[in-house]
Design a binder for this molecule. Structure first.
Ligand code: NDP
Length: 309
């Protein structure tokens, strides 16, 4: 079975940056990209908050550039999923969906997290046309518009508060009459005059015309009454699912399923396994912070290999 010094699982900004650093350290990394190489950014349009691009850059182009840069230094890419890993001893055993199997002296996990959606019929086709799961990415497009945010946790409060910088009104639709968000986040949202809460309610339908979202239907879960509410945007703030199923419980996760890393280092509970990007970050979740953590994971993997040769 082929043995590699470093295998990187996942291919967003974290994975590609880890590839860039480990390839430049002569570790000839293998990146197992998943079925959507480039990750979440490949489904966005303009990225205006990644430094180095004064005019902004399209998400797919940014990811293609990152991949090209890592490829320049002897990175190998494989477009398949990792189905399982055996982390009980080193080298670690990695099995892929396409039948390939590898041994890895170190492993960098950068499989990201997927935003949760409500499961409404047209929500996915309206992404970029009024439906979003990232206020930081898309809030700018809602200047003086009315938007709705779904959810009652920290993500929803953060999205709603951020959106008030642009939107004229932000409604938070929550399925209960009590928030799950932390007290400071709740207080910040309650104190914001632009935010109004729609309690005990669920979004049941998104109404759109060819230009995008125009309204939503909202059901009051206590009375069963359904009302139509005009809106220019619908932001999903109902959490993220970190992509960790393939780890099958071998790596320690927090209560929300994010990989726990050791303080300021990207080390997991298993020596030689490092995590970077959104799979271990429920707080920042930005392309630039993911890329930065990819660099850290690569440097830790390099030092780990030196120390354990
Ligand atoms: P949470 O799981 O904490 O909250 C999800 C919210 O969405 C809940 O209010 C839940 O309702 C609601 N919800 C879930 N599914 C549905 C659904 N299908 N329909 C309608 N509503 C739904 O996720 P978060 O992403 O908010 O937070 C995850 C972790 O990340 C937390 O630890 C949080 O503290 C942290 N975080 C921290 C931030 C910060 O400190 N700046 C920012 C963002 C996240 P219900 O309450 O009824 O279950």
């Amino acid at each position: 079975m082929e043995k590699r010094k470093v295998i990187i699982v996942g291919s967003g900004p974290a994975g590609y940056t880890a590839a860039l650093y480990t390839s430049r350290a002569n570790l000839a990394p293998l990146v197992i990209e998943g079925h959507e190489p480039g990750g979440q950014l490949t489904t966005t349009t303009d990225v205006d908050n990644f430094p180095g691009f004064p005019e902004g850059i399209m998400g797919p182009e940014l990811m293609a550039n990152m991949k090209k840069q890592a490829a320049r230094f002897d990175t190998e890419f494989l477009t398949t999923h990792v189905t399982s890993v055996d982390l009980s001893k080193r080298p670690f055993h990695v099995k892929c969906e396409n039948g390939n199997e590898y041994l890895a002296e170190s492993l960098i996990i950068s499989t990201g997290a997927s935003a949760k959606y409500l499961g409404l019929e047209n929500e996915k086709e309206l992404i970029g046309k009024g439906v979003s799961a990232c206020a930081t990415c898309d809030g700018f497009f809602y200047r003086d518009r009315v938007v709705h945010v779904v959810g009652g946790g920290d993500t929803a409060m953060e999205e709603a508060t951020f959106l008030t910088k642009f939107a004229s009104k932000v409604y938070v639709v929550h399925r209960r009459d009590e928030l799950r968000a932390s007290k400071p986040m709740q207080e910040r949202a309650f104190a914001n005059e632009k935010i109004e809460f729609v309690w005990d309610s669920a979004v049941t339908e998104i109404i759109a015309d060819p230009t995008g979202v125009t309204a939503i239907k909202v059901e009051n879960l206590k009375t069963g009454e359904i009302t139509e509410r005009k809106t220019d945007g619908l932001f999903m703030g109902i959490g993220h699912k970190p992509n960790t199923d393939f780890l099958d419980g071998q790596i320690k996760l927090d209560d929300h399923g994010f990989i726990i890393t050791e303080g300021r280092y990207p080390d997991t509970n298993i020596p030689g396994v490092f995590a970077c990007g959104d799979v271990q970050d429920s707080y920042y979740r930005q392309a630039i912070s993911a890329a930065g953590s990819g660099c850290q994971a690569a440097i830790r993997a390099e030092r780990f290999l030196e120390e354990n040769e």
